[in-house]
Ligand binder design. Structure first.
Ligand SMILES: [Zn+2]
Ligand SMILES: [Zn+2]
Length: 363
């Protein structure tokens, strides 16, 4: 259930400065003060409430992310939900937003006029721009976003589920590339948030059986909640008859396992990042003889994002169970460390920006 304390509307008195977790350059990350964002006439001013942290944030901190996709200094935070502080007047074709509305915001900001954008492939926009990568993200007390990227959450959707729309949109876009069919056998490699979301979301296609190949047995209970039928940690125990294989571990050997585990005619979707420049040898004959399809999937399209929001608002999905670690903004360093050094069961690590004085910033 949503926390009622998160629903407070704040008066529209904009502070000049806000606190934010900023990576000034690789290895340099700190909670500091930044000038509050400008809010243009078509922008919505939002107070982030729940912000997830993921491995990509660690890559941004470490400087190991492909430099094409980041611009320092950058405020972290690309998985988040928030509450509207100020919204523009209703325009043609857009439903009105009001202060206090609970929202999520597409992270990728498509230019809208390049060829991929016009074809609906907004994830491949030729003018790449993304909150938390090339523009300031949501680990901050305020964020301004273009109105057309803002989606309202219904009251029954938790802010935690909202914060997971971003990785869920990545997952649903990847799963659609594999065209799952009811009754099929699914293998998910990995046991982190993306893998657990894949297990949750694949249920929409009524799979015959879902196996997860994880690394840590402590993840088995979360996997079962997500809908996994069998959880394994030993690749030797994985059969070779899967119709759909989702690689969500981000490890080179996982790609080898994915190819070895697919049935003839199988579809393999790669969602993980083993690291910029990492390569792996593949058994080419087996891929050809197996009539296999391998697809990479980058980010999400605007339509994948809207799809996830519609499913949440319809009550068909709920990701709240995935949040296992929660920290206030001031303890962001502990949150990052919880992600780096996992022991025990670990789902999504979040910063709850409402749980300290950040909530009263505008009050
Ligand atoms: Zn992420
Ligand atoms: Zn574009």
């Amino acid at each position: 259930m949503p926390n009622p304390a998160l629903l407070n509307t704040a008066p529209a008195v904009r502070p000049r400065n806000i606190r934010a977790v900023v990576v000034t350059s690789p290895e340099e990350v700190a909670l500091g003060t930044r000038i509050a964002p400008d809010c243009g006439t078509n922008d919505v001013l939002i107070r982030p409430v729940v912000v997830g942290i993921c491995g990509t944030d660690l890559d941004i901190i470490d400087g190991s992310i492909d430099p094409e996709f980041v611009r320092y200094p950058v405020t972290l935070g690309h998985e988040w939900s928030g509450v509207v502080v100020e919204a523009p007047a209703p325009g043609a074709g857009t439903s009105h937003l009001s202060a206090g509305d609970r929202v999520v915001v597409e992270g990728i900001v498509p230019c809208g006029h390049c060829a991929p954008c016009k074809a609906g492939d907004t994830n491949r926009c030729e003018n790449y721009d993304e909150f938390g990568f090339t523009r300031h993200g949501a680990m901050a007390e305020l964020l301004a976003a273009p109105r057309h990227l803002v989606h309202r959450l219904d009251r029954g959707v938790s802010m935690e589920s909202g914060a997971l729309v971003e990785p869920a949109a990545v997952v649903i876009r990847g799963l659609l590339r594999a065209s799952p069919q009811p009754g099929e056998r699914i293998l998910i490699i990995g046991d982190g948030t993306v893998a657990l979301l894949a297990a949750t979301i694949i249920q929409l296609w009524s799979p015959g059986h879902v196996t997860m190949l994880g690394r840590r047995s402590e993840q088995a209970a979360l996997a079962a909640t997500a809908g996994v039928d069998s959880f394994e940690t030993d690749p030797e125990r994985i059969s070779q008859d899967f119709d759909v294989v989702v690689e969500a571990a981000g490890a080179a050997d996982a790609v080898t396992t994915a190819v070895a585990s697919a049935n003839r005619g199988g579809r393999i979707v790669l969602l993980g990042f083993p690291g910029h420049g990492v390569t792996v040898p593949l058994p080419i004959d087996d891929i050809v003889n197996g009539d296999l399809t391998m697809a990479g999937s980058f980010g999400y399209t605007s339509s994948a994002w809207a799809h996830v929001v519609a499913l949440l608002n319809a009550g068909r999905l709920d990701f709240t169970f995935l949040v296992t670690h929660r920290y206030p903004l001031a303890k962001f360093a502990e949150a990052i460390s919880a992600l780096r050094h996992s022991t025990g069961q670990r789902g999504k690590v979040i910063l709850d920006i409402s749980s300290e004085d950040g909530a009263t910033l505008l009050g």
